[in-house]
Structure formats: C-alpha cells, structure tokens
Unconditional design. Structure first.
Length: 257
C-alpha cells in the first residue's frame, strides 16, 4: 500500500534535515558547472564541509551542452588526468587532444562530488553575501522561482569560512559584492575587469592563473575567474575549467587546514 502522505512527509523531512545540516559550513560553492563541481569534490575529499548551490534545475553549466549542443567536449593532457581520476572515459583525437562525452563527464563529476561528501542543492540562487569586518563570511539564498517571478520574499543565510564564485561568465557573486559594498577587489583596477572575446589557447592558461582569492573570503574559479580578471573565454575545451576547480580547492584547503 502506498500512502501519499508518507511520501510527502519523507521528502519534506529529509530535505529539511539536509538543508539544516548546511547552514554553517566550511565552504559555499556558488554554481554547479565543472569548476564548481570539481572544487566541491576535492574540498570534500580534503575533509571540509561543503555545500554547492545551483540556480538551475540541472547541474553542469556549459559542459552539459558540449559545443553548440554537440555533447562532446575537448580536454588536453592535464585535463584528461582529472577526468581519469573521476573514471570518465576519454578518447585520443590528435596529439595532445582528447574528447569525452559531455553527459558522462557531468554525471561522473557530480556523482563523485556527492559521494565525497558535498551537499548539492539545485533551484537555489545566491542573491547576496554576508560581509563582516571586510571579509566575506556567508551567502544569502532564495528559491530560483522567487527570483524568476520577482516575488518579494525574504531570503535565508548560510555561513561559511570561504565562498567560491563559480557562476561562469556573469560572475554573479563578485558582481554583488562590487555593487553593494563598493570595495576594492584584488584586480588591477579594483573592479571586475570583464571578459574578452574567445581565444582558447590563452584562456586555458589564464583560467588557472586567475583562479584565486579576489576579496578576503571570496574566491573565483572557472570562467568567472577570467571574467573577473579580464582575460579571454575558451569555448568548449574544458581542461582549464577542471584544473581551476582543483586549484581553488588547494588554495582553500591550504588556508583552512
């Protein structure tokens, strides 16, 4: 016999337990694209308490669609090493180039991040930050549906020792800080430099170089790192994104542990 009341109660109680366990964490990851998921995996594997918020129904970011909805991605040697660790199949194409199925890559990385201990919430938007004594120490969250419908519904907060902006091209979290607090970021101009046009060769390297702390307690990773520090986009080659997620995890683990 199936009782709809039991089903409803089970979902509400278990979700409530899950979100209550994430109100005070070591790291909040904003954005469930490849860099955010990889960072969540390595941070959780390193023993930190991690929660990831993704505003959309599905995770995966730009990786999910491959290149122009051809759901294949390209990585080079270093990126392949990370996919190998996640047991994601890659195929050699030409010297130094490998392809992987975009769906397998997203699902595999997400699965490993979850099994490592990361908590992942979809349909939740990070709309603001908690800042104390010139340091980011938490995020402000709301349902994405509230945001989409422009409803006046007050948000809730999640406290953290570090926050990662992995929201991609739009650098949504850094942009909130810049706009609301009028702070000086750790960029050449003190502001978001903005993303340049596509140049994969340069962008692959600068994505990794620009993955760093941009304000005390706030880090940028993935495409948002290049947008924040003023470099190029790279298109459907994802090694830099994967390596960026690993690098930001190493920076935070070094600081917190």
């Amino acid at each position: 016999m199936i009782d709809e009341r039991v089903i409803t109660r089970a979902i509400i109680e278990r979700y409530t337990d899950k979100i209550l366990s994430c109100l005070d964490v070591d790291v909040v990851v904003c954005g469930g694209g490849p860099s955010g998921l990889v960072a969540s995996y390595y941070l959780s594997k390193g023993g930190l308490k991690v929660v990831l918020f993704e505003r959309k129904l599905s995770i995966g970011g730009g990786m999910w669609g491959g290149g122009m909805m051809f759901n294949e991605i390209v990585v080079q040697e270093k990126g392949k090493e990370i996919l190998d660790e996640f047991e994601i199949e890659t195929k050699p194409y030409k010297d130094g180039y490998y392809t992987a199925d975009a769906i397998e890559a997203v699902c595999g990385i997400c699965y490993r991040a979850k099994r490592a201990g990361a908590k992942i919430f979809n349909l939740v938007s990070v709309e603001d930050l908690v800042v104390r004594k010139e340091e980011v120490c938490g995020v402000v969250i709301n349902w994405t549906a509230v945001e989409m419908a422009s409803l006046h519904v007050d948000p809730l907060t999640v406290m953290a020792k570090a926050v990662i902006d992995a929201t991609g091209h739009s650098t949504e979290v850094v942009r909130v800080l810049e706009k609301k607090m009028n702070v000086r970021l750790m960029t050449p101009s003190g502001k978001i430099e903005g993303e340049k046009c596509l140049w994969a060769e340069v962008a692959e390297d600068t994505t990794l170089e620009n993955t760093r702390e941009v304000y005390p307690g706030l880090y940028v990773a993935g495409m948002g790192a290049n947008a924040t520090f003023g470099s190029y986009r790279m298109g459907p080659i994802f090694g830099g994104m994967l390596l960026s997620g690993k690098k930001v995890s190493e920076l935070i683990l070094s600081k917190l542990k």
